[in-house]
Design a protein around this ligand. Structure first.
Ligand code: DC
Length: 229
């Protein structure tokens, strides 16, 4: 059986994980797991079914049988379907992110998604983007990166991203939301956001996207050559 190599990229909201993970997966020719999208989908499915975001049992059952598909739309962009309906835009709102952070604090939901996440690991490799990829979901990963950036810079990046999408956003409100989300994601009992002891820490404050990608690929090549040779 061909060995599947895994690179985990964890970090807080707005650290650039999404962009970096996508670029790294494409450069390496590996699959990509956007684990945050799974939590966003559980929260959206819960809202659609009229389930309270505190109702752990019902959300756990929902997460078990979630009918989702990742693919591309007619223009070749990334797209996501829930129960056969395209929900790409709906899971990317700030509200969806906050909802996701709430359902992600429920251990039963995390347990329900564990095997589903591991099934994304297919040859030749996987880049897994999230909060607990290196600590819980893929503890044996060959390459682990933990991306951070100052809270102020992360809020600015998110603000710019939203503006580019034509969404009105207030920087002060965004900063507050990011701080709240960081606090919830880092202090929850189940799989909190924490760097794996064997992860390479990369503070991207003040770095361009290209230089972060370059550094992450450098780390990957270095670690992979060590595991191969
Ligand atoms: O990466 P993201 O912003 O799409 O994630 C949305 C929320 O989901 C985030 O606030 C915390 C949660 N999450 C998690 O708990 N574990 C993961 N592996 C990924 C996301």
């Amino acid at each position: 059986m061909q060995k599947v190599q895994v690179m985990t990229i964890d970090g807080p909201s707005g650290s650039g994980k999404g962009t970096i993970s996508r670029a790294a997966a494409s450069a390496l020719g590996w699959a990509l797991l956007d684990s945050g999208a799974l939590y966003r989908l559980v929260a959206l499915a819960g809202r659609k079914a009229g389930i309270a975001l505190e109702d752990a049992q019902s959300l756990g059952r929902l997460a078990q049988r979630l009918d989702i598909r990742f693919g591309s739309d007619s223009a070749g962009g990334e797209a996501v379907w829930l129960d056969g309906i395209e929900v790409t835009g709906r899971i990317r709102t700030e509200q969806a992110g906050n909802d996701a952070s709430r359902v992600a604090a429920l251990p039963i939901v995390r347990a329900a998604l564990l095997e589903r996440q591991r099934r994304f690991a297919v040859p030749p490799g996987l880049v897994a983007d999230g909060r607990d990829m290196g600590t819980v979901v893929f503890p044996e990963a060959e390459v682990k990166v933990f991306l951070t950036a100052s809270a102020a810079e992360r809020a600015l990046r998110r603000h710019k991203q939203l503006k580019e999408k034509g969404v009105a956003a207030n920087l002060a409100a965004l900063s507050l939301e990011i701080a709240e989300r960081d606090q919830r994601d880092s202090t929850r009992a189940a799989s909190p956001l924490v760097a794996s002891v064997d992860a390479i820490l990369l503070d991207t404050t003040g770095m361009s996207v290209d230089s972060v990608i370059e550094r992450v690929l450098e780390v990957a090549r270095e670690r992979l050559s060590r595991t191969v040779g």
